[in-house]
Design a protein around this ligand. Structure first.
Ligand code: CA
Length: 220
């Protein structure tokens, strides 16, 4: 299963997801397939996919970026929300996981919108800047290595246009961010980034308890 939103019991999660987060049939198929995989918890919650699509519609996004594609659910949710000329530059290191995504992107008829870049995301983000990508993206979703989040954030901000959004997943770490006993590198990195974003004069941001904690920051 993909995880439900943090703090919701099963009954309330079912209420939110089953009745109030309608899903494209190909998204549902991909979610169920991925839910049987060993790393299923890496898949975002369906209400998060819905929310990413909502943000894309809200700001009229065309050019989008994703760091951490896994089996392609979030890229598919965003691609389905984009206009016909819209693009998702999707970064991941795994051919195997993204290969699953490709099949479903094709099935949903949006494969042409998704520009998959296999390789370390930090390199890809630097390359996008070098290719003239600064200020050209409307929206970005970050969901890869937690210890690299600060790098993704710093490399993504210049790529966004003014008023563009960056969304970051797992910002509550299943509650670990608020538990001082938890001191692993990933949790420490996310805690530091939460503090930094909250005080960052370059953005206006909100940390939502959606999925495992989703921060949305708007570039000022
Ligand atoms: Ca995640």
């Amino acid at each position: 299963m993909s995880r439900g939103s943090i703090g919701l019991d099963d009954r309330l999660n079912d209420y939110v997801v089953k009745n109030h987060a309608p899903e494209h049939p190909v998204l549902a198929e991909l979610r169920i397939l991925t839910g049987r995989m060993p790393n299923a918890q890496m898949q975002i919650a369906p209400e998060q996919g819905k929310f990413l699509a909502f943000l894309v519609h809200l700001i009229g996004a065309t050019n989008t970026l994703e760091v951490g594609t896994f089996t392609g659910y979030s890229a598919l949710a965003v691609a389905l929300a984009l206009p016909a000329k819209g693009k998702v530059v999707a970064c991941d290191v795994s051919e195997e996981w993204t290969g699953i995504g490709r099949k479903y992107w094709e099935k949903a008829g949006v494969a042409a919108k998704i520009d998959l870049r296999i390789g370390p995301a930090i390199d890809t983000l630097k390359k996008l800047a070098a290719e003239g990508g600064e200020g050209r993206f409307d929206f970005a979703f970050l969901d890869a290595e937690k210890t690299e989040y600060d790098d993704y954030y710093e490399l993504t901000l210049p790529l966004l246009r003014k008023g563009g959004l960056v969304a970051l997943d797992n910002m509550l770490r299943d509650g670990d961010v608020a538990d001082p006993k938890v001191q692993d590198r990933g949790t420490k990195a996310i805690r530091a980034l939460n503090r930094k974003i909250a005080a960052d004069p370059r953005v206006e941001a909100v940390l939502l308890p959606l999925g495992d904690g989703l921060t949305v920051a708007r570039k000022l």
